[in-house]
Design a protein around this ligand. Structure first.
Ligand SMILES: [Mg+2]
Length: 171
């Protein structure tokens, strides 16, 4: 594991199939919400999210949500789903990621962290000793802080590409 370099990068969450997860011994996901599964404007899971969650469930893959957004946002998003979900989670600190793993009751080596940000999601996953999957933000903000974060992420994305240059499958 190299710090800040995700184990896998996908174009979007719904390309992460149960077959891929099982092939990599992953049976549970700790997922970010905003810009990973839905935009900040989507209060509820979209149909695409619902059908992806359904495909995970039918393959016995567990999921929980660990978000740095407000408790209320997370509560509304998870209302009809009923998974383990925490808001104000304090990523990149691992505390709430570990709670999620404990709740799902899956060995840590079989859990992966999914998110759109290297310095919060990927790092939180790595701090908790998990495999990590990065997806590009669904609809990125354009403020200066976000833009500078993306610039800072670039060298780590490059290292990922270099490491995977012979594996066609991972971008
Ligand atoms: Mg996010």
């Amino acid at each position: 594991m190299s710090l800040f370099v995700p184990d896998f990068i996908f174009d979007n969450f719904y390309s992460i199939t149960p077959e891929f997860l099982k092939g990599n011994n992953i049976s549970a996901i700790v997922s970010d919400i905003d810009n990973t599964l839905v935009t900040y404007d989507d209060e509820k899971p979209t149909l695409r999210v619902l059908s992806w969650l359904e495909s995970l469930a039918s393959a016995d893959i567990k999921i929980s949500f660990v978000s740095n957004n407000s408790h209320e946002r997370v509560r509304i998003f998870n209302e009809a789903l009923g998974f383990f979900a925490v808001g104000k989670s304090g990523k990149p600190f691992k505390k709430n990621v570990l709670y999620a793993i404990e709740y799902m009751n899956v060995p840590r080596e079989n859990v992966c962290m999914l998110g759109d940000q290297i310095f919060t999601d990927v790092l939180a996953g790595q701090n908790a000793g998990l495999k990590t999957i990065l997806v590009p933000p669904i609809k990125d903000k354009t403020d200066i802080l976000t833009r500078s974060k993306r610039v800072l992420e670039k060298p780590f994305l490059k290292r990922y590409k270099k490491k995977h240059k012979n594996t066609q499958f991972y971008k």
